[in-house]
Design a protein around this ligand. Structure first.
Ligand code: M6R
Length: 603
């Protein structure tokens, strides 16, 4: 979703902004722009399309020592240059970039901006006009910004420059992520550390409803009433080499390939050399005390929650309920006694999940965020955090975060089960089983050519498709279908195999692709085989992905056997490759699917 970068006090401002925007591309966007100031001169350049399009418009003479940049993911107003950020005030003196949604922008327009001429349709433009108007009315810039912040409702991360005094950037945030980056003799602001990691590893958090006055050598943080806030800098644990694509054509393929390494990294993080688990005892105790675990998440993370549900219940003896974060933020159901919330989120920034966490905190419910991003909003605001250690995930389609989430929850479940003295948990040799998982994934990755070939005949021209499975395979089918539809644009449903005949089978006709998942449970396998016959009888074009111990000679893709608790991890990998190759064969951009953002920071 939208991304912000800003810099003050560095003569390479244009370069820093452009490199930062390129690093933010992975979040998803449809237009971009920068504003750069050099003494008396300034330049505002915007473009729809890719950062490369913006770069093509930037002349060699656009140097500057301060500036702000933005990637826009349209919410209010179409994808046009006028709607792209940065936006300017009525006189052009103030320049603003914004992430989030200003909910009362129409009211503000009506109440404060009579006679103003707006160039586009965005909520952001209203905000910068409002600030400009307050300065016209006689307030200082800081007073005008504060006054506007008291009026504006909704989610926002703002970076504002006064073109008449461009050695300061005014920054504020509420609900949308924003960080300060500390350079040597200059300072920066950015939506995530990835954008500035080339320049610095030193960052400072900004909390909701805080305002920052940023100059090249000072960072002054206060609340909206002017009370100063002390904040320590932290070192971001990001390695620049982690965020490169290397020789891979797409990040998604790189991230799929990294999964065995991620499994081994999780083993070394959550178990010692003797195989004893090292999960934080405070987290274990909190889960032990819970009467019911509620997993709240969105998209792929939600599917990973489902894929882990049975394992958590069996190892901990605690019931698990799943919730779609975007629903629970505002429609919280009746909770059982002693609830514990687990927020699953790769980015740790998903606004829907955060809204649930805000509610949970208000209700005094203990919470655990399981995330890939240390220091992310969900990590900071939950009672506890468990990290995924998967390395940056850049492709919009989430892959290694899903498998890492299931594995991390396996460590948590075993640790809780052991603490409860549960025999099954004590006997479950997770370290050994996860090593087998890593090997099984490697075996699947060595079958890429076969998968590519199978997909060619099946999906290259398909308009719709179905994934079916039972038990955990059903949950994998949900994730597999999300992956396929989000990047290949093939309409796809993940279905409980037995449910198909209760209505949806009417959609099966000649040539409809049905991908069946069959892992290691004999009874379920036999039933799913029956369902496969039913769709074949109606003309479906079937591809089977089967655990090798259950496999028949004519099955298409065989997956080497792992412990049933962990089969969602190994069964999902071929489906990630199916989505990848189908997308490639259809000539689409695997890493940047249309309309989607990596980090969904608006509700
Ligand atoms: O960062 P999160 O895990 O909270 O993100 C949740 C979803 O937006 C995300 O999983 C989305 O569904 C992915 N693009 C799917 O590949």
């Amino acid at each position: 979703m939208c991304g912000i970068v800003g810099v003050v006090g560095n003569s390479n401002a244009t370069d820093i902004l452009m490199q930062g925007l390129e690093k933010l591309e992975y979040r998803g966007y449809d237009s971009a722009g920068i504003y750069v100031v050099n003494g008396e001169r300034s330049n505002l350049i915007k473009s729809v399309g890719r950062i490369a399009d913006l770069r093509a418009k930037i002349g060699i003479d656009i140097a500057g020592s301060a500036g702000i940049g933005h990637t826009r993911w349209a919410t209010h107003g179409q994808v046009t240059e006028d709607n792209a950020h940065p936006h300017t005030s009525e006189t052009g003196r103030f320049v603003l970039v914004h992430n989030g949604v200003i909910e009362n922008y129409l009211q503000i327009k009506e109440e404060y901006l009579a006679g103003h001429t707006l160039k586009g349709q965005t909520d952001t433009e209203i905000a910068v006009h409002l600030i400009g108007q307050f300065v016209e009315d006689g307030l200082t810039v800081l007073e005008a910004f504060k006054k506007a912040l008291h009026i504006i409702e909704g989610s926002y991360a703002f970076a504002l420059i006064d073109s008449e005094n461009a050695d300061t950037i005014f920054v504020a945030k509420n609900k949308s992520p924003l960080l300060i980056g500390l350079g040597d003799g200059y300072n920066m602001v950015c939506s995530d550390a990835m954008a500035m990691i080339r320049e610095t590893s030193q960052f400072m958090e900004i909390h909701d409803k805080e305002l920052v006055v940023l100059t090249k050598d000072s960072v002054q943080i206060s609340d909206y009433d002017g009370n100063l806030v002390e904040r320590q800098a932290y070192t971001a644990e990001l390695d620049l080499s982690d965020i490169g694509k290397g020789t891979y054509p797409f990040y998604m393929l790189k991230e799929i390939d990294e999964q065995p390494t991620v499994m081994r990294k999780l083993i070394s993080t959550y178990a010692d050399a003797d195989g004893n688990l090292t999960v934080d005892p405070a987290i274990v105790k909190s889960v032990q005390e819970a009467g019911r675990i509620y997993i709240l998440a969105a998209g792929t993370s939600y599917n990973a929650g489902f894929a882990s549900k049975a394992m958590i219940e069996k190892l901990t003896d605690t019931p698990v309920e799943l919730g779609v974060a975007s629903e629970w933020g505002y429609n919280m159901p009746l909770l059982s006694e002693k609830p514990m919330f687990i927020l699953l989120s790769q980015s740790g920034e998903t606004a829907d999940s955060r809204q649930v966490l805000v509610k949970a905190n208000e209700m005094g419910i203990p919470s655990l965020t399981v995330t890939n991003v240390p220091g992310s909003t969900l990590s900071r605001e939950a009672t506890y955090t468990m990290l995924l250690h998967a390395g940056p995930e850049i492709a919009v389609a989430s892959t290694k975060a899903y498998t890492a989430q299931v594995a991390a929850l396996a460590f948590l479940s075993k640790a809780v089960g052991e603490a409860n003295g549960k025999k099954e948990a004590v006997e479950f040799d997770l370290v050994h089983e996860l090593s087998l998982v890593a090997q099984s994934i490697e075996a699947t990755l060595s079958e890429k050519d076969l998968i590519e070939e199978k997909v060619q005949g099946l999906l290259a021209d398909a308009r719709n498709a179905f994934y079916i499975g039972r038990g955990n395979d059903y949950y994998v089918a949900m994730e597999a279908s999300l992956k396929l539809k989000e990047i290949s644009y093939i309409q796809c449903e993940g279905f409980a195999a037995g449910e198909l005949k209760h209505g949806t089978i009417s959609l099966i006709e000649d040539g409809v692709p049905v991908l069946a998942l069959i892992s290691n449970n004999e009874v379920l396998a036999a039933h799913t085989r029956g369902n496969v016959q039913e769709v074949i009888a109606r003309g479906a074009n079937v591809l089977t992905i089967v655990d090798e111990t259950m496999a028949r000679e004519d099955d298409d893709i065989k997956v080497s056997t792992v412990h049933p608790y962990l089969s969602s991890i190994t069964m999902v990998v071929p489906t990630q490759l199916v989505a990848y190759y189908a997308t490639l064969q259809r000539g689409l951009d695997v890493d940047k699917p249309r309309n989607l953002a990596k980090s969904v920071t608006v509700e």
